[in-house]
Design a protein around this ligand. Structure first.
Ligand code: DC
Length: 228
């Protein structure tokens, strides 16, 4: 197959804790590609709604939030700052409070109808590595490269628990595992854009792989399709 060296989209999908973010960030940084964390966008919507006391059932109020919401990403050194409605929410969107609601807000049609075109827009004009749940299936079904990362629930909980501890976020392993299991159900069983492996995605089980092993494998897959 002919390799594309113009603009391209590398879609990385999979559940929380599969190592998607670290992988996508590392690849973006090493090869000078734009990184887009679409989960952060759903987290921004969730944070804005719960700060206003809006429940996931209140579609009318959610629509009001969606009408005005602005979400942008800013590079600061090797960090990406997430700005929502003019405020730096990078840390706040990662708290257990947002974790516990985000899958519910992300399952709402109106929310996805707003986020999907924004993501397409952000991916249209440059080389981008975009990570999420539906990038290879819905947002960019024609993505040049599609990767699907998987991992056992226990190992994913283990990784997320360690990350939380490092960030000083208080939680127990059991709480994290319960949240991961609930999110798995919500994300794979929702009506709109459920998490599923795209037919033409390369499936990688990372349960017993180190970060570097996954990165090496993914970089070799990307190189089969596009010029890094
Ligand atoms: O990747 P993450 O844990 O930050 O994602 C937050 C939530 O958003 C999670 O419940 C899955 C959802 N999500 C989604 O539905 N579609 C995406 N493209 C990205 C994330």
């Amino acid at each position: 197959m002919e390799k594309s060296c113009k603009n391209y989209v590398i879609a990385i999908d999979g559940e929380a804790g599969t190592g998607k973010s670290t992988l996508a960030k590392n690849i973006a940084q090493k090869y000078g590609i734009v990184y887009l964390d679409t989960g952060a966008m759903y987290r921004c919507v969730t944070l804005t709604c719960i700060d206003k006391g809006i429940e996931p059932e209140d579609i009318e109020k959610i629509n009001e939030v969606l009408k005005d919401i602005t979400i942008s990403f800013k590079k600061e050194g090797d960090k990406t700052i997430v700005i929502c409605n003019g405020k730096d929410v990078t840390e706040e969107i990662r708290t257990p409070r947002v974790d516990s609601y985000v899958a519910k807000f992300a399952a709402i049609k109106e929310v996805r109808d707003k986020m999907t075109p924004l993501q397409r827009q952000m991916g249209k004009t440059t080389k981008v590595v975009m990570e999420g749940r539906d990038i290879g299936t819905v947002v960019f079904p024609d993505a040049d490269v599609k990767i699907y990362l998987d991992c056992s629930e226990e190992e994913r909980a283990n990784r997320r628990y360690k990350q939380n501890l490092e960030k000083g976020i208080e939680c127990t392993y059991e709480e994290v595992l319960t949240n991961i299991k609930e999110r798995h159900k919500l994300e794979t069983q929702r009506d709109i854009a459920p998490l599923t492996v795209a037919k033409d995605a390369r499936y990688i089980d990372t349960t017993h792989l180190g970060l570097q092993e996954v990165e090496d494998l993914v970089v070799s897959i990307i190189r089969e399709k596009v010029e890094l």
